[in-house]
Ligand binder design. Structure first.
Ligand code: HEC
Ligand code: HEC
Ligand code: HEC
Ligand code: HEC
Length: 188
C-alpha cells in the first residue's frame, strides 16, 4: 500500500512538473488554440440570418490592413523609417496582420495572412470553438467561451494596435470605434 501511495505521489509530482513546464513555454495560457482564418468563420457568419458579420468585416478597413501596406502612402511612410517593403517588415506587420510573430505551428493550413486584421485577432484563435455545437453551447451559456479560446473583446485588445506607435494614429475612443465596426448577432 505504501508503495502505491509513493508511486501516486511521484506520478503527481511528475505531472505537476510537466504542466508547469508547459505553462512556461506557452506564452499566453490559451496558445494551444490555433488560427484557422476568416474563411472558416465565413462559412457560417456570412448568412444574413445570424447577422452577416463576415460581410460587415469584409467592408471594413481591418480586411484591407495587409493590402494597404502596398499603397503609396504606406511606402512613403515606410521609406522615411528606412523600411523597403512594409508588407515584409515586422514594424508594420505587427499591427496589420493576424497573430503576427506567433510560431508557425499556431496556424492551420486554412489561415491566410494576407487577409489583414481578421476575426481571430479580436476573438481569439478559433480551432477549438468554430464547430456549430460549440458555438451554440457558448451562446446558450453551457460552454464557457474562455475554455475554448473565444473572447468577446474589450478595449485592451484594440489598444494593442490603436496606439501612438502607429504612424497614422488617431485618438482612439472605444465606444466610437466599436460602433464603426459593429456586427451584432441577429435572430434571437
Ligand atoms: C459551423 C458554423 C460556424 C462557424 C464555422 C463559426 N461560427 Fe461563430 N457562431 C455560429 C452560430 C450559429 C452562432 C450563433 C449561435 C446561436 O445563436 O445559438 C455563432 C456565434 C458566434 C459568436 C457569439 C457567441 C456568443 O457569445 O453568443 C462569436 C463571437 C462567433 N460566433 C465568432 C466566430 C468566429 C470568430 C469564427 C471563426 C474563427 C466563427 N464564429 C466560426 C456558427 C459558426
Ligand atoms: C502599433 C500598431 C501599428 C503599427 C506598428 C503600424 N500601424 Fe499602420 N495603422 C495602425 C492603425 C490602428 C491604423 C488605423 C488608424 C486609425 O484610424 O487610428 C493604421 C493605419 C495605417 C494606414 C492607413 C492610413 C490612412 O489614413 O488611410 C497605412 C497606410 C498604414 N497604417 C501603414 C503603416 C506602415 C507602413 C507601418 C510600418 C512603418 C505601420 N502602418 C505600422 C496601426 C499600426
Ligand atoms: C477589430 C476587432 C474585431 C474583429 C476583427 C471582429 N470582431 Fe466580432 N466583435 C468585436 C467586438 C468588440 C464585439 C462586441 C463584443 C461585446 O458585445 O461584448 C464583437 C461581437 C461579435 C459577435 C456578436 C457577439 C454577441 O454576443 O452579440 C459576433 C457573432 C462576432 N463578433 C463575430 C465576428 C466574426 C465572425 C468576425 C470576422 C468575420 C469578427 N467578429 C471580427 C470585435 C471584433
Ligand atoms: C492587430 C491590430 C489591430 C487591432 C487589435 C484592432 N485594430 Fe482596428 N485597425 C487596425 C488597422 C491596421 C487599421 C487600419 C487598416 C487600414 O486602413 O489599412 C484599423 C482600423 C480601424 C477602424 C477604421 C478607422 C478609420 O479610420 O475609419 C476602426 C473603426 C477600428 N479599427 C476599430 C477597432 C476596434 C473597436 C478594435 C478592438 C475591438 C480594433 N480596431 C482592434 C488594427 C487593429
Amino acid at each position: 500500500m505504501k508503495r502505491i501511495i509513493a508511486l501516486l505521489v511521484a506520478a503527481f509530482i511528475f505531472m505537476l512538473g510537466v504542466s508547469l513546464t508547459f505553462a512556461q513555454s506557452a506564452a499566453p495560457a490559451d496558445s494551444a488554440h490555433k488560427y484557422i482564418g476568416v474563411n472558416k468563420c465565413k462559412m457560417c457568419h456570412a448568412t444574413e440570418k445570424i447577422g452577416a458579420q463576415y460581410k460587415i468585416w469584409e467592408a471594413s478597413k481591418h480586411a484591407h490592413a495587409y493590402a494597404d501596406l502596398a499603397s503609396d502612402t504606406a511606402k512613403a511612410v515606410a521609406k522615411a523609417r528606412g523600411i523597403d517593403d512594409p508588407q515584409k517588415s515586422p514594424k508594420c506587420l505587427k499591427c496589420h496582420e493576424t497573430g503576427y510573430g506567433e510560431p508557425a505551428g499556431m496556424f492551420e493550413a486554412s489561415f491566410d495572412p494576407t487577409l489583414g486584421v481578421q476575426c481571430e485577432t479580436c476573438h481569439g484563435a478559433g480551432s477549438d470553438y468554430w464547430k456549430m455545437a460549440t458555438m451554440k453551447g457558448i451562446h446558450a451559456k453551457t460552454i464557457d467561451p474562455a475554455s475554448v479560446g473565444l473572447l468577446l473583446p474589450t478595449e485592451q485588445v484594440c489598444v494593442k494596435c490603436h496606439n501612438q506607435e502607429s504612424p497614422f494614429y488617431h485618438p482612439f475612443d472605444f465606444k466610437t470605434y466599436s460602433a464603426k465596426i459593429a456586427h451584432p448577432l441577429k435572430g434571437e
